[in-house]
Design a protein around this ligand. Sequence first.
Ligand code: ZN
Length: 192
Amino acid sequence: MGALTPWRPQTRRGFPRRNARENRAVDIVDKATRSRMMAAVRAKNSKIELAFRRRLFAMGFRYRLHRRDLPGTPDIVLPRHEAIVLVHGCFWHHHGCHLSQLPATRTAWWRKKLQRNRERDIQVAAELTKEGWRVLTIWECSFRKSGVDRERKLDELSQKARDFILSTRKRQQIPARPVRMNESVQSRGPTR
Ligand SMILES: [Zn+2]
């Protein structure tokens, strides 16, 4: 408020501000383009989240959204069932599946940044569990598959989420583990 506000490093979600050199290094596109790109990613994810939420609502579940009083501001909170549903984008949350491949340029920088996101997610999930919440994580790759009808996939995922919400399971991820493109091809072959 005062005219002399002491400078201090700004933090976003608990991470120290990137230094100017790092910012220069990553800005291959100009600021306007980058913010358009980021907005597009957010819009796409929230669209899926919305479609998913609508299904849960239709099943009779009532929830709170983006509760800031909980660690990590979780997407969907169902207090009655002490359950939380997170819809994670595979790239930003560093899933390890075929959708989360690191960019070919500045790979080390991206790896470090995304690994930090991943570590934060793990920490947040641990804190939520400690507070008595049960946490379901639905990864983007579970509904973003070529040749699969999006609506049907979302119906199927909503059923799985329903099962989790009504269960006593502490933690579940869909898919159970990250699947890489070549693994999913191999998995069509005989198993032994
Ligand atoms: Zn994934």
